[in-house]
Design a protein around this ligand. Sequence first.
Ligand SMILES: [Ca+2]
Length: 155
Amino acid sequence: MNECLGETGVDYDKDCHECINIIGSYTCRCDHGYELLPSGTSCRDVDECERGTYDVDCHICVNLIGGHTCLCNDTYTLDTKNNNETCIDPSKQSSTSSSIGIIIGMVFALLLLIAAAVAVACLIKKRRRAEKNAYTSAKVPDSEKMEPNEYEELQ
Ligand SMILES: [Ca+2]
């Protein structure tokens, strides 16, 4: 007799997720989050909380049929990307993108600093050149001052 060809809940257990016919009986393959009962003909939920198989980031484990979820501390929220089986800090969610922003900001700040240093160096060079010119041109007014004296002497 192949019970698996029969009706669910009549010929084989309604909690037998995938009926597998064996000689003289049948057994079941169970969905994720379930386990086979010792009888081998029915599946039951695994209590992940009781077994302690839940993630360390699941603050308070809450067993569900076919899975589990968590109660999260303070500002933490359930991680929907992880089937609500862990708690995450929403403020740290975009940590990778914000750290990239910080790096970009630091690079820009560094470039600005380099640009400022180059500008200052150019200004110093210009000022030194101007000072040199002022020194050489400073002699010119002296010689110009001499001119009136010379003019007076000539008178
Ligand atoms: Ca469960």
